[in-house]
Design a protein around this ligand. Structure first.
Ligand code: IMP
Ligand code: MG
Length: 178
C-alpha cells in the first residue's frame, strides 16, 4: 500500500488522483447544468482549495469568473482571535450568484464564518461546493450544494490539504495511520 511520511505522521493512500478527478468532473457537470446563464463568480478559499479549484474550474463551461479569498486573523487589540476576516473581495458581488469553493467542510465553523461575511455584500445567492465533507463532524445547517466525497472523521491530507503546512503537493489524498 502506498504510504507517505509527513513530519511525524504516516499516511496511507485513500483517494487516488484518478478517482478525485472523476468526482471533480461529475460536480463540475452538475454546476454547469444548474448555473447556466447565471454568470456566477467562483470564490476559492485559500490555501486548501487551490488545487481543487484549479481542476474544477477547468471543467466549468458556463460564462463565469473566479477569484480567491483568504481567512486572515485580525491583528491588534480588537481581535478576539476567533472570528477570522475574509480578505480579497474586490469584485462587486452584490446581486451575483457566488460559488464558494472549499477543500473540506469539517465542523462547518469556517464555512459559517465565510457565509456570514459574504452575506454582508448582498449576493443574489451563495452556493457551496466542497471537495470533502465530514457529515459526522458537521455542526451547522447550511446545505452543502455540491460534494465530491463524503468521508469519515479521519484526518486526511494531499491534493491541497495540509498537515501543519506540509503535504499539499501530493496528487492523491491520504488518510492518517493511527
Ligand atoms: P471546520 O471549520 O471545522 O469545518 O474546518 C475546516 C478547516 O479545517 C478546513 O478548511 C481545513 O483547513 C481544516 N481541516 C479539517 N479537517 C481536515 C483534515 O482532515 N485534513 C486537513 N485539514 C483539515
Ligand atoms: Mg482550509
Amino acid at each position: 500500500m502506498k504510504t507517505v511520511q509527513v513530519l511525524d505522521k504516516s499516511f496511507s493512500i485513500y483517494l487516488s488522483e484518478e478517482k478525485i478527478l472523476e468526482q471533480v468532473k461529475r460536480v463540475a457537470d452538475e454546476i454547469n447544468r444548474d448555473l447556466e446563464g447565471q454568470d456566477p463568480i467562483f470564490m476559492g478559499i485559500l490555501n486548501g482549495s487551490f488545487m481543487f479549484a484549479s481542476d474544477l474550474y477547468k471543467d466549468i463551461v458556463v460564462d463565469s469568473q473566479i477569484t480567491f479569498l483568504k481567512l486572515a486573523s485580525y491583528e491588534g487589540t480588537s481581535s478576539t482571535g476567533k472570528i477570522k476576516r475574509l480578505i480579497g473581495i474586490n469584485e462587486d458581488i452584490k446581486d451575483k450568484t457566488v460559488v464558494v469553493i472549499e477543500d473540506i467542510v469539517d465542523t462547518g465553523h469556517t464555512l459559517e464564518n465565510i457565509i456570514k461575511q459574504l452575506n454582508g455584500y448582498e449576493p443574489k445567492s451563495i452556493k457551496i461546493v466542497t471537495l470533502l465533507f465530514k457529515p459526522g463532524a458537521y455542526q451547522k445547517d447550511y446545505p452543502i450544494d455540491y460534494t465530491c466525497f463524503e468521508i469519515p472523521n479521519d484526518f486526511i491530507l494531499g491534493y491541497g490539504l495540509d498537515y501543519d503546512g506540509y503535504g499539499r503537493n501530493l496528487r492523491d489524498i491520504y488518510k492518517i495511520v493511527e
